[in-house]
Structures are given as structure tokens and as C-alpha cells.
Ligand binder design. Structure first.
Ligand code: ASP
Length: 324
């Protein structure tokens, strides 16, 4: 902590001696770290956002996937890098669930980061392989109740959004399915398309085109409201799963001690990117939209993260699932 503080004071002092940070930063490419596999939904949000932030930053943002351990390896790395504004992290709801799920986490989500802002809230969908013998949610219930743990459910590891959604689904219908973990739902989707797994609950940013192309069966939306780009798909609440709600919020972080002029510039780039018509259209096509400007701020993200940690802790403790 103290070492990090000294390091960031030194970085700031050097920058100040070569001119104001606001003008100087960034002078080289920035790495945006993604905790899940390339080609998956978080990766899709990251790459779309990076492209929309670049014009303001006048630098390239290189997206790097640091995967594994349910999405906890990337934040753990970013928490320890030199806080100079050149390494940032995009993460989702998993930032708030890992503190309760993992007995040993090498970072503290509430003290090891600077907060840039929220990016987007993405609904999820429950989808099945195209050959699954259940054409709608009603038939799916009958099917999973009859086949129980012979039904495979893919997820992105403990604490991922797909894991949470699966937990809620299993506890709502009181059936235990067999879970298969991946380094992200990009590879899980590939296996669903190949018929190696039966079910997956994943962000619309990964499922929309597969649903529209008829490549997977869609059983329901995880949010309280339907998704405009998938207007015919009922919500799981409409299907009878009372109170079922999971929305995957994404936030942008920098390591603690990143000089304020750098985080200010990142906030500015985020705010401008979220108004970009190209990004809005891309997200709309994928069933989501940018958050309003008041949520794309450090204060909002920090408060939201703290509230989400407090919300998930008792739910996870009740489920009694932990990882070391
Ligand atoms: N959708 C994944 C999750 O379940 C993560 C990803 O691959 O983006 O958290």
C-alpha cells in the first residue's frame, strides 16, 4: 500500500516535471485487461469500448485477455502493476461476487483500484444446444427434471455471471445440473454450438446473433424486462421463476494510485465513447445500451460496487459455494 503510494507520487512528480499530466497522458498505447476469453461477451464489450475511447485518447488501446479462476486473475494482476494509467481493467458483476466466493483473493476490490466508471448493464439469456429436446421453457423444465445431473451446464468459473445465473436457475427449479467450467463463455458457446454441452446462461452480447441465426434454442431472458432486440423471448419471470433477475453490469478500473489526471482523462474518454452513435448501435444490436453519463463516473462505480458486494455476500453464503 505505502510502496504503491510512493510509486504513484514518483510517477506523478516525473509527469509533472515534463508538463501537465492532462496534456501528456497518454503518450503510448494503453492495455485494457479482460478477465475472460477472447470472443466472449466481456471481450466483445471491451473491444467495442476500446475502439470508441481511442479517438479521445489519441492512442491505441490494446485488449489483453488474462483468463482463469473465474475471472479473478486479471484483477489480481492489475491491482499489482505500476499505476501509471497504461494498464486498466474492464470487469463485470464478478468483481462483486468474488470477494464472497473466494476464501483467498490476492486483491481487495474496494481498496486496490481507482474507479473510472460503469460501462453497460447487459441482460443474460438462458440458451440450449440446437438439438436439445425441449422447444420452450415449459418443455425445458420437464426435460431437466427428468434428466437431472445428466444435463450439462457450461459456465465461466466460480463467480462468473454464468455461474451466478446457473446457481439461481438451479435453486429456482430445485434441480442440480452438472456444471462444466470454461475460461470464458466464448469457448463455452463454441461447445454449446458443437453440442458438447446442453445449457448456458450468457450475456446477450454473446447470444443474440446465435439466437437470431437459430443456432441455439432460447428459453428466457434473465432481466425483469424483455430485451428489445429479442422482443419475442419471454423473461424467466414471465415463465414462472419468481424474482429471477440477473443483469451483468460492467465497470472500468485502474490500479490504486493511478494519477488523477490519468483517471480524469479515462473518465472523459469513457463518457465520450458512451455517447458515440457507432458504439450505441453496436450495443443495441447486442441487446444492451451504454449507461447514462451519471453512472459512467468514479463515484457511481465505487458506490455501485460496494452495494453489489453487500448484496451478493449473503446470497453466496446461503448457497454455500466457496473456492480457495
Ligand atoms: N459471460 C462470462 C461470464 O459468465 C464471461 C465472459 O466470457 O465474458 O461471466
Amino acid at each position: 500500500m505505502v510502496v504503491r503510494l510512493i510509486r504513484s507520487i514518483l510517477i506523478f512528480a516525473c509527469a509533472a516535471s515534463t508538463g501537465a499530466w492532462g496534456q501528456a497522458y497518454p503518450t503510448k498505447p494503453i492495455t485494457m485487461t479482460v478477465p475472460y476469453a477472447a470472443g466472449g461477451p466481456t471481450d466483445t464489450v471491451a473491444r467495442s469500448l476500446a475502439a470508441a475511447m481511442q479517438p479521445t485518447l489519441k492512442q491505441t488501446i490494446v485488449v489483453e485477455n488474462i483468463v482463469g479462476a473465474g475471472g479473478t486473475i486479471a484483477p489480481s494482476r492489475v491491482a499489482k502493476v505500476t499505476p501509471d494509467g497504461y494498464t486498466i481493467l474492464i470487469h463485470h458483476i464478478g468483481m462483486s461476487t468474488a470477494p464472497a466466493l473466494y476464501r483467498k483473493l490476492s486483491y481487495d476490490a474496494l481498496t486496490d483500484f481507482e474507479y473510472v466508471g460503469e460501462v453497460t448493464d447487459v441482460p443474460m439469456t438462458l440458451v440450449g444446444k440446437s438439438t436439445l429436446a425441449a422447444k420452450d421453457f415449459k418443455e425445458l423444465l420437464t426435460y431437466v427434471k427428468a434428466h437431472g445431473n445428466k444435463v450439462n451446464y457450461g459456465n465461466a468459473g466460480l463467480g462468473s455471471a454464468s455461474h451466478l445465473c446457473g446457481l439461481l436457475f438451479m435453486s429456482s427449479i430445485q434441480v442440480e445440473l452438472t456444471t462444466i467450467s470454461y475460461k470464458g463463455t466464448g469457448p463455452a458457446m463454441n461447445d454449446l454450438l458443437g453440442g458438447q454441452i446442453d445449457l448456458l446462461c450468457d450475456q446477450t452480447t454473446n447470444t443474440t446473433s446465435q439466437i437470431k441465426g437459430g443456432k441455439v434454442k432460447a428459453y428466457g431472458v434473465t432481466t425483469a424486462r424483455r430485451v428489445p432486440s429479442l422482443a419475442d423471448l419471454p423473461t424467466l419471470q414471465e415463465e414462472g421463476l419468481k424474482g429471477f433477475e440477473v443483469a451483468v453490469w460492467h465497470g472500468l478500473y485502474a490500479p490504486k494510485g493511478t494519477p488523477k489526471p490519468a483517471t480524469d482523462k479515462l473518465v472523459e474518454a469513457l463518457q465520450i465513447a458512451l455517447k458515440d452513435p457507432g458504439l450505441k448501435q453496436r450495443l443495441a444490436d447486442l441487446g444492451t445500451e451504454p449507461v447514462p453519463p451519471e453512472k459512467a463516473t468514479p463515484e457511481y462505480l465505487r458506490k455501485h460496487l460496494a452495494a453489489e458486494i453487500a448484496k451478493w455476500k449473503p446470497i453466496i453464503e446461503r448457497a454455500g459455494q466457496y473456492a480457495d
